[in-house]
Design a protein around this ligand. Structure first.
Ligand SMILES: *[C@@H]1O[C@H](CO)[C@@H](O)[C@H](O)[C@H]1NC(C)=O
Ligand SMILES: [Zn+2]
Ligand SMILES: [Zn+2]
Length: 441
């Protein structure tokens, strides 16, 4: 009995001291910077912010617009910004919008969302499916816009705490049409010191994030070549110069650029994805057009030059001529997406405070690409993935007609956006640089 009492007393004592210790360390009381993410997540989950994000996302989903045609999406963004009293610049890069929250003074830190949809026919049967035949938000950009507007609401509510200015970049035409480049050309990054981007993904579980320091997504380029010979009767090949055989040889030779000329530990891709030409069984055509893509983290322009060389020289072997275009349809190459190490450390800290240590996954580099890389080429940037996979639902991957966004993830995106901006400005104000994150790992 006595022993029990002592045990009980000691247990109570420990419990009380534990509580005291917890409360004295509690971010809510000490004003530690870690209070920000939790406070923001709570706000992001409140009906006021969450419901509006869902409403906005569904509205954009119903009316998908392709690159540089995001007029209604842009209008919706502007009316939402008007509603909360956020000033903005418009138009930037045709449909782009840039909002400003905070002191209006430096430092400036940017958050980015892309607005465009894809030429895909939605195959998901649900209440808010695309109303436009052949167009669909199948990459989650509708969710990206909603999350950034959610962050805008949170930041605007706390605008007096901002030690600088948050720049909200709503960019057009991420999917292959170089919207980021056009935004930069029209001054989107003027005075901006750092930029953050988030991409939704069904490749990782709900509520987890993936990122890495350094190169995360590959640089991407395209090529198209016309191989010209001399057409004629398929049964009398000696009177023709056959571009089909030349093209076949070129397609095979291109495979050796990666397998024989590239360090096996340095990932590169050369894919011929397009072969066009000929339309009869008994006619050798005059020409064949081939096209494809290259992906690389390093040695990008050397690889481009070798592709050009292999195509033209192999054509010569077969008595054909070839002309090579490295920017077909104006598709300029994209650099790799490279995350700044200090911003990555800040990101890990913010997400750890928000979602817990186990939420942060180390991303493997991907051969896919993102035009966020154009921003991160100019100023330090950080791009990350926010997972929304639900095992019971098995969401399809991006660019699939069966792609779906798990809307429950929107508050995480909004809170991460807002916290990253605030944290950046705080660190900047207290240290004059963000090098202070070094000891946080
Ligand atoms: C290739 O180009 C050369 C030089 O212009 C020309 O003389 C030749 O006829 C061309 N060959 C073919 C197969 O088009
Ligand atoms: Zn996409
Ligand atoms: Zn995308």
């Amino acid at each position: 009995m006595a022993l029990n009492k002592i045990l009980l007393f000691s247990l109570t004592f420990q419990l009380v001291s534990l509580l005291l210790r917890v409360s004295s360390e509690s971010p809510w009381i000490t004003g530690d910077v870690t209070q920000t993410p939790m406070k923001y997540l709570e706000l992001a989950r409140s009906p006021e912010v969450f419901d509006s994000m869902v409403r906005i996302r569904r509205k954009i989903h119903e009316n998908p617009e392709l690159g540089y045609e995001e007029f209604e999406t842009s209008k919706l963004i502007r009316s939402e910004l008007d509603l909360i009293g956020v000033k903005y610049r418009y138009p930037v890069a045709i449909t782009g919008v840039i909002g400003y929250i905070g002191s209006g003074e430096p430092p400036f830190v940017a958050l980015r969302a892309d607005m465009d949809a894809l030429p895909i026919q939605e195959a998901v049967e649900w209440e808010h499916r695309s109303k436009i035949p052949g167009k669909m938000h199948a990459c989650g950009h509708d969710g990206h816009v909603a999350m950034l507007l959610g962050a805008a609401k949170i930041l605007q509510k706390h605008r007096h705490d901002l030690q600088g200015t948050v720049v909200l970049i709503f960019q057009p035409a991420e999917e292959g049409l170089r919207g980021a480049k056009k935004m930069i050309e029209e001054g989107a990054l003027k005075n901006v010191e750092a930029i953050f981007g988030i991409h939704l993904t069904n490749r990782i579980p709900f509520g987890k994030v993936a990122s890495r320091a350094g190169p995360m997504l590959a640089g991407a380029g395209f090529f198209e070549a016309v191989i010209t010979g001399k057409g004629g009767h398929a049964a009398i090949p000696q009177h023709t110069i056959d571009p089909v055989v030349a093209a076949s040889s070129i397609v095979l030779s291109l495979q050796h650029l990666v397998s024989r000329e590239t360090d096996p530990l340095d990932s590169k891709v050369v894919t011929v994805s397009k072969v066009l030409g000929g339309n009869a069984f008994n006619v050798i055509p005059d020409s064949i057009t081939i096209g494809g893509t290259l992906r690389a983290f390093t040695g990008f322009s050397q690889l481009q030059q070798r592709i050009k060389e292999v195509i033209t020289k192999q054509a010569t072997v077969h008595r054909c001529n070839a002309s090579v275009n490295l920017t077909p349809d104006g598709k300029e190459p994209l650099p790799p997406t490279v995350n700044d190490i200090d911003l990555y450390k800040q990101y890990k800290k913010v997400v750890r405070d928000l979602l817990g240590q186990e939420a942060v996954e180390e991303a493997q580099p991907l051969m896919g690409s993102e035009d966020f890389s154009k921003f991160a080429e100019v100023i330090p940037g950080h791009f990350s993935f926010l997972g929304m996979q639900d095992e019971t639902k098995g969401y399809a991957s991006s660019h699939s007609p069966l792609y779906r966004v798990n809307e429950d993830v929107l508050p995480y995106g909004a809170a991460i956006h807002a916290s990253m901006a605030v944290q950046y400005l705080k660190e900047k104000a207290s240290k004059g640089s963000i090098s202070g994150f070094h000891d946080e790992l």
